[in-house]
Design a protein around this ligand. Sequence first.
Ligand code: OGA
Ligand code: NI
Length: 335
Amino acid sequence: MENHTKDLQDSTMKVSSLNCIDLANDDLHHSVVSLKQACLDCGFFYVINHGINEEFMDDVFEQSKKFFALPLEEKMKVLRNEKHRGYTPVLDEIVDPENQVNGDHKEGYYIGIEVPKDDPDWDKLFYGPNPWPNSDVLPRWRETMEKYHQEALRVSKDIARLLALALDLDVNYFDSTEMLGKPIATMRLLHYQGISDPSKGIYACGAHSDYGMMTLLATDGVMGLQICKDKNEKPQKWEYVPPIKGAFIVNLGDMLERWSNGFFKSTLHRVLGNGQERYSIPFFVEPNHDCLVECLPTCKSESNVPKYPAIKCSTYLTQRYNETHAELSIYRQQN
Ligand code: OGA
Ligand code: NI
């Protein structure tokens, strides 16, 4: 109990100050330097002036709330499928089994990229169609989410150009069809409830680093997200990342850490619930399904050889999803 109180006090007091990347800033050099510093330091930064209208963002959050307010029975009609799209109930996911007694106290909704039916890649795991809630129940919902997906993808590509420069790559390095030209990009509506208690292993979202290349997180104004800049330090120090209205909180994922030979950092983060309801929308960005993630040309040298074997993007992601989500069959047994 003592430890728990201390943990909460410590984490309540510490608020992280992250670099802020202004996408409307003409001083590209400044942006790249600031971004690079953030990527080397903790892999988290804010992005402002990204061009997504604030009223539209509010609308997306409104629509998200409407979905989660539906009766469970209605939500279960669009339960997550084998392609990792759709509704994930409370406790479905456990990201930090060492420290969590049960799954995350959050419910979610995955919306992935849709390629047209005549596309040869149509049936690939992370492409293919999304389930949608009935439009009579939630009119305009699908349109709103599809528009957000498009806009967030555009912002991701803008950030990826800065990342390329920060990695001494050609500015368009990530733009090709093999990479972000035909990406895996998955948005996830999240709804948190309840009070977390780290001493009892109860978390809104357990400690984890994201799997992919990078994540653009939009949140409402409710605090909850914490980062741990040095995962090896004991005891771990957690700092809150306060939401900034209109800004994305962007973080690098494990795939980019691997791709950059450990040069850029993916950072441990978690969410603590304080009893208030909290809504957030992470947008997970990964390259093409078939992209071979192998050490970037600028991140290796004779004295710094590649640390990780090459792996196909979809293989890597599949492993990570399967490690963290419940078996779908448990829901069939319940019904
Ligand atoms: C995630 C995540 C943080 C949040 O979904 O990977 O870290 O604030 N979300 O919802
Ligand atoms: Ni995360």
